[in-house]
Design a protein around this ligand. Structure first.
Ligand code: ADP
Length: 180
């Protein structure tokens, strides 16, 4: 595990479904009804209660789905985390469709929810870098900038965890962060 930003940013390899943070972030799709990758893993580990809560959100606040770059809070079902913040990152189309700004907005929206609920810890997976195809280096630079700006302006959350699914992805992030 590596610590950056005065110990407030932790970076390591892990499985986000095993995190005990106040909130874990789900790289959801706009249906909020589950999918592949980390979304599928989170729903499998959380159990039916989480899906039911997401269905309820679709019926009430988000009949057309959650817009890209936004985030919404739910409980965590059987997960060890306190709650789940679902966000929808951009699909990579080559960089000309506001993908950078949408990715930054997804991270910021999650951090705002964590701050507003006075969460001490929040754990993120690498949003959009799987099936959505966002280039990992480019995402790493955006994530580092977005998180550092947010933490320097806000006392909460106290700690942000970036949980990468492979050692190589965690190392790539650390290299890019070191170049910023
Ligand atoms: P997206 O559709 O936003 O691209 P994916 O789920 O396809 O989301 O992938 C996002 C990232 O999450 C990928 O880098 C993938 O390696 C990672 N990932 C997949 N499963 C897990 C998990 N259980 N814990 C942490 N990260 C995961």
């Amino acid at each position: 595990m590596k610590s950056l930003l005065d110990g407030r940013l932790k970076v390591y390899k892990g499985d986000i479904t095993e995190e005990t943070a106040d909130a874990i972030v789900n790289a959801a799709n706009s249906t909020l009804l589950g999918g592949g990758g980390v979304d599928g893993a989170i729903h499998r580990a959380a159990g039916p209660e989480l899906l039911e809560e997401c269905r309820r959100l679709r019926r009430t606040d988000y009949p057309d789905g959650l817009p890209r770059g936004r985030a919404v809070l739910t409980g965590a079902g059987r997960l060890p985390a306190g709650s789940v913040i679902h966000t929808v990152g951009p699909v990579w189309h080559g960089g000309e469709r506001d993908e950078d700004r949408t990715l930054a907005s997804a991270y910021r929206s999650c951090l705002e929810i964590a701050r507003d609920h006075r969460f001490e810890t929040i754990a993120f997976p690498a949003i959009s870098t799987g099936v959505y195809g966002f280039p990992k280096e480019r995402a790493a630079a955006i994530v580092y900038r977005t998180v550092s700006e947010f933490l320097s302006a806000n006392a909460a959350p106290k700690e942000v965890r970036l949980v990468y699914f492979s050692e190589a992805d965690a190392e790539l992030f650390l290299r890019v962060a070191g170049e910023q």
